[in-house]
Design a protein. Sequence first.
Length: 264
Amino acid sequence: MYRFLLTRQWVILTLVALVLIPTMIRLGIWQMHRYEERAARNQLVTDALSADPVPVEKLTSPGHTVTSGERYHAVTAKGRFDTDREVVVRRRTNSDDEVGYHVLTPFVLADGKVLLVNRGWIPANGPSQTAFPTIPAPPRGETTVTGRLMPDETTEASGIKNLKGLPDRQVMLVNSAQQAERLDAQVLGGYIAQTAPEPKGDVPELIGRPGKEDSALNYAYAIQWWLFAAAVPVGWLVLVRRELRDRRAGTSGRSAEDTTPAAV
């Protein structure tokens, strides 16, 4: 009765099932790895945001590359804003997806080193974005600034092209190495997204806290793939039993016809 399993149709069906099972198991494992990676990144963000602020030079220095463990960590710095050498970062959006600029202001520390401070978002003066916008001034004189430490932006990491020939005092990326060359100064690696002091008016609009990645979806997908993998052999068995039942019913029907007396 099981000889039908050797037919072409059933051999193909069985081979497909044997391929699907390990494929779905691997897809589930891949999704679980994605879940663990995102959960780990979320934990790094949580730890950094909940950590007490530290002096910025404890975490970064000229030429330093900000690590994933240092990213978003709250830092403080004492010095003065150098608005004469301030630039704006083009094509940046606020929480309402409006296009404008980020204000990038050098912050000169007591020892002469420079910390790049992203003071927040301002709207563009016009659609062309060719003229340098009007920017509210930061506090004058010596002040203490607090912010979240961020790594340098690169085209590879952000997807933003570092265009040349931009209008004066406009840049595409926040990059300490590029700014060190422009300023001819020792610039600490990375930059900070300012959180305090808050601006007196509505602008610059401070950059909001970073969101967390949705890792729960990857966990659900992993379970889903494994359920699919378990369903394949169950479905194959159901089809085999149905085929057996149909064949037995067909055999019984033919046997009954053979034993029925011919009509006179």
